[in-house]
Ligand binder design. Structure first.
Ligand code: AHR
Length: 497
């Protein structure tokens, strides 16, 4: 199959924030994940040092926090200063200690080397509470909240640039959900107050692909927004934890760009595409498993809705299939870098995350290695690429309906700060090697970086490593050179770098 591209056919400069992450106060993401003061692997602030190191290795650019659904009944003032009084979190129906709050999050981000991105409570919270949070973080000295931060030991403002109003406030599952019609006005008033405190912040607001919701939101508050926030988990298994099989995962790769196209179309129709970009600020192949938590059914016991969350931490379900999907979605984000400026893998750690912690160390799941490949080896200028003789296969999707899927998923990049190019090719074929003919002008030595594992079910666990990054030298580039793609692999070819 030929890969055809031209250096003059550029889509755009990809934002580094496409490789962002998300973390929520859910199960073992914060406590026992990034923050574990009792563990000897943690530093003086209680942050796991091995986690920090793993995140630095994938150059995490931005992390969204504290939720997720959690944020819609979270009051940030309870999580700063002393005393930290525990409360019952009505989203996830467990006690939250409030030990980890804004100061800890910002300090942790500094250690990771990423931007903090704060999502505000637009469920039970108010515009005033949201703007007080901006005061606490960003005002140098004026007012009681800046002084509160200083009293808490932080003289210099945190300068948090990225904020969002709310999380999935359109959904019945969310605490304090709002109907379209109310949402746009709440965002308007919140945004107005937040930007009066700090006009330099960049602001997003909860949205989805629904026209009515987005039109109402953008008509009311579009003037204050820099971003529109959308979420997607393709394999919707929050009640069952029965992941789709590999063919169905391949079918999901047909739909990585659906939501982006719809929202882009609307932004264009409203003439906003040059001012507002998409923040795909929660995404993952698999929905998190938390059955019965949002139900109003009577008599559901804690064991039925809390205990099952442990099953998210079964490393064996995060396979090469997840890696293939993740790479296809990162390719899609790159190809849409003219409109998508941020994306956040959900979550970064434990649950469905790319890293799993246990008391003695970490497991780097298959998806972690995809982020490693893209953040270390891909370029930032994205070129259009086509495969005129693309081969396809037919699979059954998660509903049992047949779909035709391209065997390869391709993204071609070059570098704004140096020579050469980097081409990502995902070979989705479960069993077959495929050949790709690199039918374009370039020069220099070719080096390949790839992950594949023995089978589509390969995974990593404690003392069990099947998926890891490998490298190979492939000689000098010549137009028309053929590279051999391993079955079910994610491969990056760097040429002349
Ligand atoms: O299942 C986790 C939840 O998924 C996040 O809290 C929410 O934002 C999304 O619906």
């Amino acid at each position: 199959m030929k890969i055809v591209t031209s250096a003059v056919d550029v889509i755009g400069k990809r934002s580094p924030m496409l490789y962002g992450q998300f973390i929520e106060h859910f199960h073992r993401q914060i406590y026992g994940g990034i923050y574990d003061p009792q563990n000897s692997l943690s530093d003086e602030e209680g942050f796991r040092k091995d986690v920090l190191e793993a995140l630095r290795a994938i150059h995490v650019p931005i992390v969204r926090w504290p939720g997720g659904c959690f944020v819609s009944s979270y009051h940030w003032k309870d999580g700063v200063g002393q005393p930290r009084v525990p409360y019952f979190d009505k989203a996830w129906r467990v006690e939250e200690s409030n030990e980890f709050g804004t100061d800890e999050f910002v300090s942790w981000c500094r250690k990771v080397g990423c931007e903090p991105y704060i999502c505000t409570n637009a469920g039970t919270g108010t515009a005033e509470e949201m703007s007080d949070w901006v005061e606490y973080c960003n005002l140098p000295v004026e007012g009681k909240f800046a002084r509160m931060r200083i009293q808490n030991g932080h003289e210099a403002p945190f300068c948090v640039k990225y904020w969002s109003v709310g999380n999935e406030n359109y959904g019945g599952h969310e605490i304090g959900a709002k109907p379209a019609g109310e949402w746009g006005r709440l965002v308007l008033e919140s945004a107005k107050m937040m930007k009066r405190v700090d006009p330099t912040i960049e602001l997003s607001a909860a949205a989805l692909t629904d026209l009515d919701w987005n039109i109402d939101l953008l008509r009311h508050s579009g003037q204050f927004l820099n971003w529109i926030s959308i979420h997607q988990y393709w394999d919707q298994i929050h009640e069952t934890n029965q992941p789709s099989d590999y063919p169905a995962v391949l079918a999901f790769t047909n739909h990585t760009e659906d939501a982006i196209r719809k929202v882009k179309g609307l932004l264009m129709a409203m003439g906003l595409e040059n001012r507002i970009r998409i923040a795909f600020d929660e995404w993952n192949l698999k929905e998190w498993y938390h059955p019965k938590v949002h139900t109003i059914e009577q008599g559901v016991t804690k064991e039925e809705y809390v205990t099952p969350r442990d099953q998210n931490d079964d490393n064996a379900i995060y396979t090469m299939g997840d890696a293939i999907f993740t790479a296809c979605f990162l390719n899609a984000l790159n190809r849409n870098c003219d409109i998508v400026g941020m994306a956040n893998f959900a979550p970064v750690i434990n649950t469905r995350g790319c890293i799993f912690t246990h008391p003695e160390g970490l497991v780097l799941r298959s998806t972690y290695h995809v982020f490693y490949l893209y953040t270390n080896y891909m370029g930032d200028i994205v070129q259009r690429a086509v495969c005129p003789d693309m081969e396809r296969c037919t699979v059954r999707n998660h509903r049992g309906v047949e779909e035709t899927v391209d065997l390869l998923d391709i993204c071609v990049t070059k570098f704004s700060d140096g020579p050469g190019m980097a081409v990502a090719v995902v070979n989705k074929s479960p069993e077959h090697f495929e050949e790709a003919e690199l039918d374009f002008e370039a020069g220099g030595a070719v080096k390949g970086y790839y992950i594949c594992g023995e089978s589509v079910s390969s995974y990593n666990d404690i003392a069990h490593t099947e998926v890891f990054v490998q490298e190979e030298e492939l000689g000098e580039f010549a137009k028309g050179m053929t590279v051999r793609l391993r079955p079910h692999s994610v491969e990056i070819f760097r040429i002349g770098c």
